[in-house]
Design a binder for this molecule. Structure first.
Ligand code: 5GP
Length: 129
């Protein structure tokens, strides 16, 4: 069965996309730790990040770095944190999280955004790519 993220890639499920190329997609996390929390995924569905082909893994890091720089240009924060967990969705994803403090990395404190706020934020990050 396709992962929920493969359904986002195919357009079956909507997402607030911030960047895309032929191999990777970045979109806003629907239940963000902080405003600007973004997920970078490979279009090829792989469960665990360290099972990726080395070249693809390095390309994902390169893509994530570009997206992180665009988020940092868009969202006021001290820095962008990066995490890989994958316990909820078995499709590789790099979490990029604008940080104010350590609590932003704990996946406990969550923030809510309206559809309008999500849409405006995704467009603002796109412009800064
Ligand atoms: P993990 O698998 O790393 O534990 O977490 C999965 C992440 O994916 C969570 O932060 C969760 O909010 C996010 N997520 C789960 N389902 C969706 C979805 O349908 N759309 C978006 N944009 N994010 C999702």
């Amino acid at each position: 069965m396709s992962s929920i993220f493969t359904k986002i890639i195919s357009g079956e499920i909507p997402a607030y996309k911030v960047a895309e190329d032929d191999q990777f997609l970045a979109f806003l996390d629907i239940n963000p730790n902080a405003k600007g929390h973004t997920l970078c995924i490979p279009k090829k569905e792989v469960n665990k990040i360290f099972d990726m082909e080395e070249d693809n893994y390095l390309e994902l890091m390169k893509f994530s770095r570009k997206v992180a720089q665009a988020i940092e240009r868009t969202v006021p924060c001290k820095r962008i944190g990066m995490a890989v967990v994958g316990l909820e969705v078995p499709h590789v994803h790099v979490h990029l999280i604008p940080l104010q403090d350590m609590e932003d990395m704990r996946f406990v404190r969550k923030t809510t955004l309206s559809e309008i706020e999500f849409d405006a934020l995704a467009k603002a990050i796109q412009k800064n790519m």
